[in-house]
Design a protein around this ligand. Structure first.
Ligand code: HEM
Length: 393
């Protein structure tokens, strides 16, 4: 029988919490069978240890796009759906662009972008929509800085990036991949003619001969789609979580670096906005968490279930389904694990650590302008998010 509930099970939440069925499945059967439509059988991994075993074993599990049976021209390129040795080559090229030393050059731009968006909220006046005035523009503008994308193109970018993750959207995800790659190839050609100071310009200067335009566009696409909506969702849902504890939100205004670090790590864990990792395919028969997975079958790792596994509980902080900003920062899987672990994790952290306290300083009395029940969530999206977040102060 088809597990018709697999979409709600993996993607639907009750406001910020995964539905209880997902937690129950993790607690009873950390590795379980998932019957997908068209008779496809897959495996669902919900336990934290089993999730790390799968994500940490790139020898047994393949991420290659080819496993999905789609035409090659639909391949978005980039890192997420590639295996070594090609993945290793791309990752080596990108890693130097994401070292703390290079990222710190963006810190003052991040601070300035956050301030500009706070000004935009203030001039819009209450009620203001934090998704469109704060959560979406901040990471979009930061990625434009990082890549060297002209500002005039960024609205199109934002629309494409959002559409890419919405499984129930009007355009199929694969169509939007095509449109976004076409745009990015044009950008790459412009950068080839006159390499700028951004990541694309640097890659072209240092490795231009080793990479085709299609490959460069794929790398840029991976960064854009990997870094935009994920950070935007963590920002908007993070504000929603923080506003559920208004006293704590107000304290963030004067919190020291340690407290901000703990709060951001807890938001990343509690929200785990990338609900499911890229599909993995077993190359050989393998046992995970005591369950036999036959060669060739697909494995879906539910990061949101794994990040609430009781195994992560610390002394004095037992309830993993609760948002507890004083919880000691632990090893959550919000950025994944293993060779595909998020390359932009430190950049995302820089944005989140800058944005939340700055928001609390500017609007210490911030509150939701509508009841939570009026909010619309994207319940069929790999990246969980809220459509709008009207606030007043
Ligand atoms: C809060 C924000 C973010 C979250 C929650 C997040 C989450 C993730 C996760 C879970 C993965 C691994 C998926 C898997 O193994 O299947 C990943 C990979 C990736 N992320 Fe992020 N990400 C964030 C921000 C960013 C940013 C800011 C960038 C770039 C500017 C970025 C670029 C990437 C790329 C390129 C990959 C693929 C890495 C590889 O396959 O080697 N992400 N991200």
């Amino acid at each position: 029988m088809t597990d018709a509930l697999f979409m709600p099970l993996l993607f639907t939440r009750d406001v910020l919490d995964p539905i209880p069925e997902l937690g129950a499945r993790r607690d009873n059967e950390p590795v379980s069978v998932l019957e997908l439509p068209f008779g496809i059988k897959a495996w669902l991994v919900t336990g934290y240890d089993a999730a790390k075993e799968v994500l940490g074993d790139a020898t047994t599990f393949s991420n290659a796009f080819g496993n999905l049976g789609e035409a090659d021209e639909q391949d978005p390129g980039g890192l997420g759906m590639t295996d070594p040795p090609y993945h290793t080559k791309l990752r080596r090229l990108l890693t130097p662009e994401f070292t703390m030393r290079r990222l710190l050059r963006l810190q003052s731009r991040i601070d300035a972008i956050v301030t500009e968006q706070l000004d935009a909220i203030e001039s819009a006046g209450a009620p203001a929509d934090l998704v469109h005035l704060f959560a979406l523009p901040i990471p979009s503008l930061v990625i434009c800085e990082l890549l060297g994308v002209p500002y005039s193109d960024r609205d199109d970018f934002q629309a494409l990036s959002t559409a890419r993750f919405d499984l129930a959207g009007e355009a199929s995800p694969l169509d939007t991949i095509g449109t976004s790659l076409d745009y990015l190839q044009t950008l790459v050609q412009r950068e080839r003619a006159r390499p700028g100071e951004g990541l694309l310009g640097m890659l072209i200067r240092e490795h231009g001969d080793e990479l085709s335009d299609r490959e460069l566009a794929g790398i840029a696409d991976g960064i854009l789609t990997g870094g935009h909506e994920t950070t935007a969702s963590t920002l908007s849902l993070g504000v929603l979580a923080l506003l559920q504890s208004p006293d704590y939100f107000a304290q963030l205004a004067s919190a020291d670096a340690d407290a901000v670090h703990r709060a951001v790590e807890e938001l990343l864990r509690y929200l785990t906005v990338v609900q499911v990792a890229f599909p993995r395919f077993a190359r050989t028969d393998i046992e995970i968490g005591g369950v036999q997975i036959p060669a060739g079958q697909m494995v879906l790792v539910s990061l949101s279930a794994a990040d609430r596994d009781a195994i992560l509980a610390a002394e004095g902080h037992p309830v993993m389904d609760a948002f507890d900003p004083t919880r000691p920062a632990g090893s959550h899987l919000a950025f994944g694990y293993g060779i595909h672990r998020c390359v932009g994790a430190e950049l995302a952290r820089m944005e989140l650590r800058a944005a939340f306290p700055a928001l609390a300083r500017r609007f210490p009395t911030l509150r939701l302008a509508v009841p939570t029940t009026d909010l619309t969530f994207r319940n069929s999206s790999i990246v969980y998010s809220v459509q709008t977040l009207p606030v007043a102060w």
